[in-house]
Design a protein around this ligand. Structure first.
Ligand code: URP
Ligand code: ZN
Ligand code: ZN
Length: 451
């Protein structure tokens, strides 16, 4: 054995048990009581939890929109992830325009990530209008290890509902999962125009400009299309109780419909937009109400939402504050580094989730849905030795000064946490310990997904 983590509490999606974890090379070799330590480095983790490395299944690192580049690139994004106990991220391969083929955009993103990523990564393939009918390209992407497509019902990249329906049919044939940003474009556009006509353009109007019914309408439409196509579907960043209820209803009928939410939709409300730093909290869909927070927690705990990811899409305050209105402020917030500790403090410690449920929504479920399981998302013999040593007693007040995003701020500034990652292992190597990043650019590997 190379390493034995001794005396901790091993947490998986199924159970919490006092057990040692033995690592040989990049893999977990054994999990059980009183494992032999002969010849191995031993780490005493008494009183700590051993968790599978978290998977942030929704990030945007090094993403360009026109001239605007996100603050975090593949290096800083994956570095901050390691510091938060995240060992795998799933980002996006997005064609620069419909003229760039899916496979060209995928190879471009793989090259960028391969040079810089310090943790493992997968990709979702964004499909732009007109690209949904090219089954050869879609099949090539899946064969390369990218078994999920991403489409939008709004923004310039939006696909028509007909096009989404055709993509869902092809995805079913290819065994791929279509993931969808759901906001009804007609509702969002009409509301934006009304607000502009009334001179209501500052960030305080952001939430009003993208109302709950826009999300609910789009989720209903997309779920109906998935039903017609006989295909599974995954709704990204569900922000409303109403949206989660539509997913829950479909699942009660036995439909393969999956939903993701984000820490900011669980913990923050739209009042932030009226504050002096309103722009720093601007993302799409917007923050909602305290009632939505509670409904999302309820659906997460009931299993109607399966994944918590962050939609990490960071800009500096300078970039955010260059916006003059809610509709031209760069949209997106940093989040990967605080994903696990927030979910522990406000999910597990506050009694909304059990430890196994937390592991499910942060690791096991995203690994299964995106074809990374059992290599990722579990602490079991044969899985990659991606392990977080988590100290449930460590008290932390979140502040940007201690975090690692190039954005330089956190939307959770001042949040009081109890429980924080103490060390992160990636494939058996220590890449983070006690506030210090120990990994290296380029050490992250592409993990092909096979559904
Ligand atoms: O505002 C957001 N969420 N920006 C990232 C892109 C997206 O829509 O997920
Ligand atoms: Zn989105
Ligand atoms: Zn996103």
């Amino acid at each position: 054995m190379d390493l034995v983590l001794k005396g901790g509490w091993v947490v998986t999606a199924e159970r919490v048990e006092q057990a040692d974890v033995a690592v040989k090379g990049a893999k977990i070799a054994a999990v059980g009581p009183d494992l032999s330590t002969e010849g191995a480095e031993v780490r005493d983790v008494t009183g700590k939890y051993l968790l599978p490395g978290a998977i942030d299944a929704h990030v945007h690192y090094q993403m360009a929109i026109g001239d605007l580049m996100t603050a975090d690139d593949w290096f800083t994004g994956t570095r901050l992830a390691a510091c938060g106990g995240v060992t795998t991220v799933i980002d996006y391969a997005e064609p620069t325009s419909p003229a760039e083929t899916l496979t060209a955009s995928l190879e471009r993103r793989l090259k960028e990530a391969g040079e810089q990523a310090c943790i493992d990564y997968g990709l979702h393939q964004v499909v732009l209008p007109g690209q949904e009918d090219d089954e050869g390209e879609l099949a090539a992407v899946v064969a390369r290890g990218v078994p999920s497509f991403k489409v939008f019902t709004t923004y310039n990249q939006r696909l028509s509902l007909d096009a989404i329906g055709r993509l869902l049919e092809k995805a079913r044939r290819l065994g791929a999962l279509v993931t969808v940003h759901c906001e009804d474009h007609g509702i969002v556009t009409a509301r934006k125009e009304e607000l502009i006509a009334a001179g209501k353009t500052d960030p305080a109007y952001h939430a009003l400009s993208r109302p709950e019914r826009a999300e609910v309408r789009a989720i209903k439409d997309v779920i109906a299309l998935a039903g017609e196509a006989g295909a599974p579907v995954y709704i990204v960043h569900v922000s409303t109780g109403g949206g989660a209820a539509v997913i829950a209803a479909a699942r009660r009928e036995g439909r393969p419909v999956y939903g993701e939410t984000c820490p900011h939709y669980l913990l923050l409300t739209e009042e932030k937009y009226a504050g002096p730093d309103g722009r720093l909290y601007l993302m799409c869909p917007p923050l909602r109400t305290a009632g939505d927070n509670e409904e999302l927690w309820r659906h997460l705990s009931a299993g109607s939402l399966q994944v918590v990811a962050t939609d990490h899409c960071s800009y500096t305050p300078r970039q955010k504050n260059a916006g003059t209105a809610f509709y031209n402020t760069p949209s997106g917030v940093p989040g990967t580094e605080t994903l696990l500790p927030l979910l522990y403090s406000f999910g597990v410690r506050s009694g909304r989730l059990t430890l196994p449920q937390m592991v499910k929504v942060l690791a096991t479920n995203p690994a299964r849905l995106f074809g990374l399981y059992p290599r990722k998302g579990d602490l079991a013999p044969g899985s990659d030795a991606d392990i977080v040593v988590f100290n449930p007693r460590k008290e932390v007040v979140l502040t940007a000064a201690h975090l690692h995003s190039a954005a330089g701020y956190t939307i959770f500034e001042g949040f009081r946490l109890q429980g924080y990652p103490e060390a992160t292992y990636l494939r058996g190597r220590l890449i983070y310990e006690g506030g210090r990043f120990l990994g290296r650019a380029g050490d992250g590997c592409f993990i092909p997904g096979r559904r």
